[in-house]
Design a protein around this ligand. Structure first.
Ligand code: SPV
Ligand code: MG
Length: 543
């Protein structure tokens, strides 16, 4: 997955040419390739048998070569170790071989092994002696064509001799090995279906390492590995053990679940879903999303202040706080959380107090203001301070709003940005409004005007200047804004009545200090839920 310091072709070449015994393990798809690499293997065998088996077809070239190459691409993409493809007979004549080599190189496959049989081939362990061998010269031409067409000098072509499989003797195998070596093969794979390695060892002795030797001890598996070492063999292929493991495990699980009609019998025996995610590299995507995908939105965390009961709704809030009142079939808090999630805000914390236990909304974390009965919003905010980051959306817990309001707010620049409704419709509101006076009145013909908060209060004097609007209880706090707020919280805690202070007081404090609290104007399209009559309106609002 990262670019290895040494090319995959060179890694495989080094393995073939090293003077120690090396091992590669079969894999047949992306995940098995990763597992092989994680186990520590230095290379992968792209087994024809295993690849055809995982497609559910026979090892008789029933899967097309492009289907094989497509799977190899997945395997190569998720691993850094070389893959040696079992290329059967090269899928045709010398010309097909040339094209195969080019396509493999393009997919960073380190080498291909071709066997001297006829297309369509049959697995060596099925009636091997009846299988005709390829004409030696024709096969040598195929090797030459492959070598001539590779662009990377380190690409490896392994010639596999099927003479012993087809019932010929070691002399024939040696004759062919010589010819294929002469034609340019980088290594010789000598195959046997015997349960003892005798003919392989005889071959090795006669061959005397004129070119690296590769073996597939599927049938003579009980041979101690040191025997291969002593015989100067270069590379051992464990040719089909991942697919056979997978098949046995899948059969066991399918049978058990079928028989028991429950998953409890298998859950503890199988890989966890998280293990799948790990093998798929899910973590990397999370990191990449942080880098490339809507980074600001993903960083934003929401804090919802919802510790109070909602006095005017007493009859409905006997056993639950206001945020849990059902609106159109789902709690108010769920409506809010859904809007946050639409904007990519997935880290949502609610500060609970009254009937905190009744707050249960999936994907919303809870922190508690244990003194909610005697304290105000500022104290609730302090209770959430462990969640403070440099990008916080702070809202009241009784808001319903159209999607664009939050979407636009998050795009407005500023260290602290509040949403102010300039619509003059006091009668609509049941709660105690937070009136705001701003540096500019809302000019609805202007988009993105730079407006500052001048003052905020819960009442106003008819004789004085009318308010510019009312704060809806939604505030976007960026890094510097958060520093100001932390500082202000410390300062305000010196006040004797700080425990009753609300967020407007905090904003007022910041404005007095000359901190720019930016105003983002809207015109309606939101509501807060304070009284019984609001519930009907909320139902209509969320329809
Ligand atoms: C394969 O793995 O597909 C091989 C090795 O060709 S064997 O099945 O032993 O012939
Ligand atoms: Mg094969």
């Amino acid at each position: 997955m990262s670019t290895p310091a040494i090319s995959k072709t060179r890694q495989l070449r080094n393995m073939l040419q090293s003077n120690q015994l090396e091992f590669i393990m079969e894999a047949h798809n992306g995940i098995s390739a990763r597992i092989v690499e994680e186990a520590g293997f230095k290379g992968i065998w792209g087994s024809g048998l295993a690849l055809s088996a995982q497609f559910g077809v026979r090892d008789n070239n029933e899967a097309s070569w492009t289907q094989v190459v497509e799977m190899l691409e997945f395997m190569s993409d998720v691993t850094d170790i070389p893959i040696l493809l079992d290329g059967d007979t090269g899928y045709g004549n010398f010309n097909n071989m040339r094209r195969l080599v080019r396509k493999l190189e393009q997919r960073d496959i380190a080498g291909v092994c071709i066997e001297d049989k006829l297309f369509p081939k049959t697995n060596s362990f099925i009636s091997g002696e009846r299988q005709p061998l390829a004409d030696m010269d024709e096969f040598s031409g195929k090797i030459k064509a492959g070598k001539d067409s590779q662009l990377d000098d380190d690409f490896n072509i392994v010639a596999r001799i099927e003479a012993l499989i087809a019932g010929w003797d070691v002399r024939e195998a040696l004759r062919r090995a010589e010819a294929y070596h002469e034609a340019g093969a980088d290594a010789i794979l000598i195959h046997s279906k015997m349960s003892k390695p005798d003919e392989i060892l005889e071959f090795c002795q006669e061959w005397a390492n004129r070119a690296p030797v590769v073996i597939v001890p599927t049938k003579y598996y009980s041979t101690p590995t040191d025997v291969f070492r002593k015989a100067d063999i270069s590379l051992v292929i464990w040719a089909n053990h991942m697919i056979r493991t997978a098949v046995a495990a899948m059969q066991a699980t399918a049978n058990e679940v079928f028989e028991n009609q429950t998953l409890v019998v298998v859950e503890d025996k199988i890989a966890s879903v998280n293990e799948l995610f790990r093998l798929q590299g899910a973590d990397e995507l999370v990191q990449a999303e942080k880098r490339y995908f809507n980074p600001d939105r993903d960083r934003t965390k929401a804090i919802i202040l919802a510790a109070s009961r909602g006095r005017a709704l007493e009859s409905l809030t006997r056993d639950k706080p206001k945020v849990m009142l059902p609106i159109n079939g789902k709690p108010l808090l769920r409506h809010m959380a859904d809007e946050f999630k639409k904007q990519g805000i997935n880290d949502i914390t609610v500060v609970a107090g009254y009937k905190a236990d009744a707050i249960d909304v999936q994907g919303v974390k809870k922190v508690l203001n244990p003194d909610h009965e005697t304290t105000g919003e500022l104290q609730s905010l302090i209770c959430a301070q462990d969640n403070f980051t440099d990008d916080i959306l702070l809202t009241y817990g009784d808001l319903l709003f159209r999607t664009y309001i939050l979407q636009d707010l998050l795009d407005v620049p500023g260290d602290l940005v509040m949403v102010v409704d300039s619509a003059n419709s006091d009668t609509r509101f049941t709660g105690s409004p937070d009136y705001t006076w701003c540096s500019e009145e809302d000019d609805r013909s202007l988009l993105g005007a730079d407006v500052d908060l001048k003052a905020i209060a819960d009442c106003y004097d008819d004789q004085g200047p009318p308010p510019s609007g009312r704060w809806i209880g939604m505030l976007h706090i960026r890094a510097r804004g958060m520093e100001w707020i932390k500082q202000a919280l410390e300062e305000l805690q010196q006040h004797e009545d700080y425990r009753q202070i609300g967020i407007p007081h905090l904003l007022e404090h910041l404005v007095k200090q000359g901190k720019p609290v930016k105003v983002h104007y809207i015109h309606g399209h939101w509501m807060d839920v304070n009284a019984l009559e609001d519930l009907d309106r909320a139902g209509d609002f969320t329809k």
